[in-house]
Write a protein of this length. Structure first.
Length: 313
């Protein structure tokens, strides 16, 4: 009989590529991971792995077993959801991941509503960049999370995860007041590429390297025909706007990143880009009462000025 814990290790190896990366993600030692995978191979009765330098590649049999593992793990999530429903009365920890602007603008109101309806639940919020959510959910470090994607940085489809749309928000070019602006064609608003190119020679403020926000700013500028000269790398949008106001550069910020009036020292130009936020969880967990309750509280907490998704959340 195949052990489901070892199947999880094999799935993570298929995603991460090295035993060391699996060990780090799941808080095991590399030797423990290797030993468990060797046991899985004996249980399967044929080779599942082959080494290529420092990396480990799955054999065709290993790849096929990962596909079965995805289905097995999804059914286990569904079984857990059914058991939670049968127990009645939500209780225990709910581990939530979210990015900073959502934590500030959406999550607190959702937690208030959740506590009112389900006082036995203990929500535990961790600030998590969307790029790290998939691994955290699959590893079991999170139960549910908020992720986002941009027009230039779509979220890849992650095996073992499911998402539901939550809201959309506009994007803005933030520049020091009085900075050069793109001229709008007669009868139309300014072209997005022209807005960005008007600041091609200016210093730019982006998020830190490796985040989706950084990739979004870089790719938007490249689509406009230039590579931005990055001076500052800052993740908190209020700090970004403070740097813009100080004349330190220009930046692309989302609607929730503009907290109240930007002030006379900052000029905001709306772009055609959007940031779309989704609720993410493990496949099969959509019906889990705690996950469903938090998702419902989130939908109720979305400010009315944000665009709602066209499909049901």
């Amino acid at each position: 009989m195949l052990d489901v814990r070892r199947l999880r290790l094999l799935r993570e190896l298929a995603r991460r590529g090295t035993i060391a990366a699996v060990a780090e993600a799941l808080a095991f030692s590399p030797s423990a991971v290797s030993q468990q995978l060797a046991v899985l191979e004996r249980e399967a009765g044929l080779p599942l792995l082959e080494r290529t330098g420092r990396r480990v590649r799955l054999t065709p049999a290993g790849q096929n077993l990962v596909r079965h593992a995805e289905a097995v793990l999804e059914r286990l999530e569904q079984a857990d959801a059914d058991l939670a429903e049968a127990r009645g009365g939500l209780a225990g920890a709910l581990r939530i991941g979210a990015f900073p602007t959502a934590i500030r603008a959406i999550v607190p109101a959702a937690l208030v509503a959740l506590a009112r309806r389900h006082p036995g639940l203990e929500p535990m919020v961790s600030e998590t960049d969307p790029a790290a959510v998939a691994h955290a959910l699959r590893a079991g470090d999170l139960d549910v999370a908020l992720i986002h994607e941009y027009d230039f940085v779509p979220v890849p489809q992650e095996p073992g995860l499911a998402t539901r749309p939550l809201y959309r928000e506009s994007m803005y070019l933030a520049a020091p007041a009085g900075a050069a602006a793109a001229a709008a064609p007669a009868g139309r608003g300014p072209d997005q590429g022209a807005v960005l190119r008007a600041h091609a020679d200016a210093p730019w403020i982006t998020a830190t390297h490796g985040t989706l926000c950084h990739a979004m700013a870089l790719r938007a500028c490249q689509a406009a025909g230039f590579t931005p000269r990055i001076r500052h790398r800052v993740d908190e949008f209020p700090t970004v706007l403070a740097l813009v106001a100080a004349g330190q550069g220009v930046a692309v910020v989302p609607q929730l990143g503009v907290t109240g009036p930007a002030g006379p020292a900052v000029s905001l130009t709306r772009l055609l880009m959007e940031r779309r936020t989704q609720v993410a969880f493990r496949s099969g967990a959509a019906a889990h009462p705690a996950v469903a309750a938090f998702a419902a509280a989130l939908r109720a907490a979305v400010p009315p000025e944000l665009a709602t998704p066209t499909s049901p959340a």
